[in-house]
Design a protein around this ligand. Sequence first.
Ligand code: GAL
Length: 417
Amino acid sequence: MTKKTTRMALALGLAFGAAMGFQGPAQAQANRAEVLHWWTSGGESAAVKELANAYTKAGGTWVDAAIAGGEQARAAAVNRMVGGTPPTAAQFNTSKQFLDLIDQGMLANVDVVAAQNHWDQILPAPILNSIRIKGHFYAVPVDIHMPAWFWYSKAAFAKAGIKDEPKSADEFFADLDKLKAAGLVPLAFGGQPWQEKITFYAWLAHVGGPDMYMKLYRDKDVNLPGTPQFKALLASFKKLHNYVDAGSPNRNWNDATAMVISGKAGVQVMGDWAKGEFATAHQTAGKEFGCFPGFGPKSPYLVAGDVFVFPKNADPSQVKSQQLLATVFTSPATQVAFSNKKGSIPIRTDVDVKGLDLCAQQGVTIMKDVSRQLPTPEMLISPDLEGSLQDVITKFWNTNESVDDAAKAIAAALKNG
Ligand code: GAL
């Protein structure tokens, strides 16, 4: 849905809802909450159960509305809101994805809960900047994810004779060659647009560097794509394609993770939600698999994550459920239990993280160094621009489009905003 049609659809929905004296469905159980999300993999399901259990323990009634796929789930949430039958809460990324809904007056704020729990003091800046709009808190953050980790099978690395984690792109390509020579799938990959997109994010941040990354996503510098440095980055990104297997088109991300878990593939570049799959397979970081958040000791750390928004609801019991959800989701105990299963790190800096895995410990330490933090692109660009750039990267990855043409297409997407 483009921005314009979304706005029109939202406005129509508002008028329809008001005309029909929308009161929202009768609430059979106390604190009933229908929660719409896209967490359907093994690890994700185990994690969302932690949220559900904590909410039930707090006296709530959890109604699970899982829809596979982020884009699909977000579209379903917007359609339900426009149609006047909103869920109690809906998952979005920590991003600009829900700004339109705020502008159209479709979301309730949770200022009361934010004030009671001092969110302004316990949340890192990128998260705070994404959920507090014009002074009001329109979303509850539930995790901090880093979309650009490298996950590798220790068995595969041993079989390929790889002793150390690569410290540069050149070393990484050399390792991929060794994995190929050992008869393994070097790079486990899911050929879906959003995965191609985040692989490009990772490569741009880790190989292009923070300056190039911010010139593109923060400054939207239309002259950047035509530079030799950016074109070299595009060429290097496309070189990764030589190391994926023929089965990668349309593979789900967690099926690619399963290839690393089984040792069939060497490495996957993916967000740390992949750890939830290793955990579900009873594998331990540092034992069966390894992780590194980039190349070298000062690699950039992309800050991303998930929030839940609360569609406006005339039914006071739904408002009560929304505030209970926001309180439960951000409590220290829920944050640790959820992070352990989700592979994320807690949104609050005041919880005991000793029980988290090796990779999460690395992440928590890095998050203390603000100079390494880079906001994920969805925090910097509009959903429309994100979609246009995703289309360019997907075409470049899947066709023999030249670097020059891909660079021109990126410049055009930036120009059209
Ligand atoms: C991301 C989300 C993660 C993870 C991933 C794959 O957008 O932030 O929580 O679940 O999608 O589904």
